[in-house]
Design a binder for this molecule. Structure first.
Ligand code: TA6
Length: 302
């Protein structure tokens, strides 16, 4: 159990950043300032909610999400690391790596000059994580909450040999009705269609979703724009250090099978994940580092 009084004494920012016990006994930090608000679980350094001031939530969290130590939380921004999807050689290992289900520690907090608030986390290594990842790497997650949401994953290779990492910020965005949503920014990109045996295809025009959709777009570095007539807004996704973009919606059957999407939850979410997966995994030289950065903002729907 976290020592909340010690956390608040050392890292709390009065009036805008408070640590407390959340659902399932998970330690969370509440961020609220005059620009926006967010809730972040220390497990997985996982942003669970974010809303700019005066806006409805931009990050989707399932009403049926389960909260328990070691269990992935359905929604928010799960950190997939040090691999994306199933492990390349050992199917018994957890999908999307282990970063999202292990404890992270807070290593710093600060109020930024623009009034947003930043909190830095570092994954706590253990015998369990070393058993899954016997490399000497370190990962930090820096989250800045304001009228925009910024997240940066910093992987440092402190080993004497190169290391190859797959990663993603597996972000669930809230939308009014997925059937009306279009996604710009992936036109012309090739993608692996996981609904069609991983076939390599090419995107023509805007991405729309009318069935279970699970695609890894490769060599995709442009901003993505989620146009959402249901909530009459556009979500702009900027990224650096990510060459893959994953688009996922489980649709009806899969979301029911998963059991933590809630009644028709699939209608109000779309995952647009800034990642390095498949052909785009990243090799980091000894002593080197890799940064995967995103910035999310709301814009008017033009
Ligand atoms: O990013 C899409 C995906 O890889 C889907 O295939 C689906 O498995 C989704 O991630 C959710 O995975 P999770 O392990 O969080 O249930």
């Amino acid at each position: 159990m976290a020592d909340f009084s010690a956390l608040n004494a050392r890292f709390g920012l009065s009036g805008q950043m408070t640590f407390r016990e959340g659902s399932g006994g998970l330690a969370v930090v509440e961020v609220a300032n005059n620009q926006g608000s967010a809730t972040i679980a220390l497990q997985g350094a996982q942003v669970m909610t974010w809303a700019p001031r005066g806006q409805s939530p931009v990050i989707w969290l399932s009403r049926a999400a389960k909260f328990a130590p070691g269990k992935s939380i359905r929604g928010g921004v799960p950190v997939c690391w040090p691999w994306f999807g199933p492990h390349a050689t050992n199917a018994s290992l957890p999908a999307h790596g282990f970063a999202r289900t292990v404890p992270w520690e807070v290593i710093g907090t600060q109020t930024m000059t623009d009034g947003s608030a930043r909190i830095d986390f570092r994954l706590i290594k253990s015998d369990a994580t070393r058993a899954l990842w016997p490399h000497s790497s370190q990962i930090e997650c820096h989250v800045t909450v304001g009228a925009a949401l910024e997240i940066e994953l910093v992987t440092r290779n402190t080993d004497r040999i190169a290391v190859t990492i797959g990663a993603a910020l597996h972000t669930y965005f809230e939308v009014g009705d997925i059937r009306q949503v279009t996604i710009q920014g992936l036109e012309g990109c090739s993608y692996l269609d996981k609904m069609d045996g991983g076939q390599r295809k090419q995107q023509t025009g805007l991405v729309t979703i009318g069935a279970e959709t699970d695609r890894i777009y490769l060599n995709s570095s442009a901003d993505c724009l989620i146009d959402d007539p249901g909530l009459t807004r556009r979500i702009r996704i900027r990224k650096r250090g990510s060459r893959s973009t994953v688009v996922w919606n489980p649709w009806i059957e899969k979301s029911v099978k998963m059991g933590d999407f809630g009644e028709n939850g699939y209608l109000n979410m779309v995952c647009v994940e800034s990642a390095n997966a498949a052909d785009d995994v990243v090799t980091i030289a000894p002593g080197g580092e890799h940064r995967l950065w995103v910035r999310y903002e709301i814009e008017p729907l033009i």
